[in-house]
Design a protein around this ligand. Structure first.
Ligand SMILES: Cc1cc2nc3c(=O)[nH]c(=O)nc-3n(C[C@H](O)[C@H](O)[C@H](O)COP(=O)(O)OP(=O)(O)OC[C@H]3O[C@@H](n4cnc5c(N)ncnc54)[C@H](O)[C@@H]3O)c2cc1C
Length: 303
């Protein structure tokens, strides 16, 4: 699923042939005709960055910009649909996402810089495979629609991510269901990078908790990703919180479970152990702060 990097027979292509299909079917056919010699292109920010890093353009670029209906954020019954060609900035500014998907908006607030956000798309961020939106979308229970050999398909985002690298699927939609299981939602996205800003995550973490009227955790989804860490749900950690009220003891259990069950891979700059500790710290510090605020609010209401 990660961005395809051209590795064909031509060593350097300065002026790739750019195709402008009008429909998804046409785009898919163009890709089938040209195989590894062609890449889809949306905002082009990753493809341009890779070119700067010495990876030539592929001989054929299939622009998705001329296909109608791939931009925008729409309510459809019990879910929100985001078109893959919607820019990161349009998502960040969307009142619908600010209200119903605040952790995604938080992820976008820390992603790249305005110039990249104005060109880069959410579909490109997902297909890049390292984008900050992925863990946020996982905790929002997102699913995606896409074209592959079998036609138009739909899958939970996690299954799509786990399909593996270099899948030449054509992403056509992102769906976020409205939550149903709780009274009050809290959610977060936190990121550790090698710079304060304008930098992909070394490790990131996202969470969404639905609390019932007694402040017990009715639903919980936690996820981590970033850099070379495959975006993943932290299901064992989730199990320690489900059905319980947040308390110092519960958070201690959560910490132990994260240490035992989350084993991110390291890279030349950061060990896996560092990433594990950073992710645990980001999750625990958010939940601890939230627990403290709830306690203070409870005391004020009781007084
Ligand atoms: C300087 C810089 C800083 C950055 N910082 C961050 C950051 O902090 N956080 C972060 O998350 N990201 C960051 N990025 C990456 C940024 O998010 C992506 O550049 C952007 O979202 C990619 O979208 P795009 O439309 O430009 O993708 P493109 O470059 O057009 O495409 C990227 C890949 O996705 C494929 N693709 C695109 N759309 C589709 C589709 N609909 N179906 C199938 N395949 C598709 C393309 O074939 C290509 O392989 C940064 C990038 C740069 C250049």
């Amino acid at each position: 699923m990660a961005a395809e990097r051209y590795a064909g027979s031509v060593s350097h292509v300065d002026t790739p042939l750019i195709r402008f299909p009008r429909t998804l079917e046409e785009a898919w056919e163009k890709k089938q005709e040209n195989g590894v010699d062609a890449s889809y292109i949306a905002g082009g920010t990753v493809i341009q960055m890779q070119r700067g890093q010495g990876h030539p353009y592929p001989p054929v670029l299939i622009s998705l910009e001329t296909i109608e209906g791939l931009k925008g954020i729409t309510i459809r019954g019990d879910y929100l649909e985001i078109g893959p060609l919607t820019t990161l900035e349009a998502c960040r500014r969307s009142p619908l996402l600010q209200q119903h998907a605040p952790c995604l908006v938080e992820a976008l607030m820390s992603a790249a810089a305005p110039a990249v956000r104005n060109r880069g798309t959410i579909g490109g961020n997902i297909m890049y495979g390292k984008g900050d939106t992925l863990p946020a979308l996982l905790v929002l229970d997102a699913s995606v629609s896409f074209f592959d050999n079998s036609g138009l398909q739909s899958l939970p985002l996690l299954s799509f991510v786990n399909k593996g690298e270099n899948t030449p699927d054509l992403l056509s939609g992102i769906k976020i269901p409205f939550p149903t299981d709780g009274e009050r939602m809290i959610s977060f996205f936190k990121k550790t990078g090698r710079r304060e800003a304008f930098s992909l995550s070394v490790i990131n973490a996202a969470g969404r908790l639905m609390l019932d009227e007694e402040e017990k955790v009715a639903g919980v989804r936690l996820a981590a990703g970033g850099g070379n860490v495959l975006p993943q749900r932290l299901t064992e950690a989730e199990d320690t919180l489900r059905g319980e009220m947040l308390s110092t003891n519960k958070l201690r259990n959560l910490h132990e479970t994260l240490a035992a069950s989350f084993h991110p891979s390291g890279d030349p700059y950061c060990s896996g152990s560092y990433k594990q500790k950073a992710a645990a710290y980001m999750i625990l510090s958010y939940l601890y702060e939230n627990m403290e605020q709830s306690l203070v609010k409870g005391r004020v209401e009781d007084a």
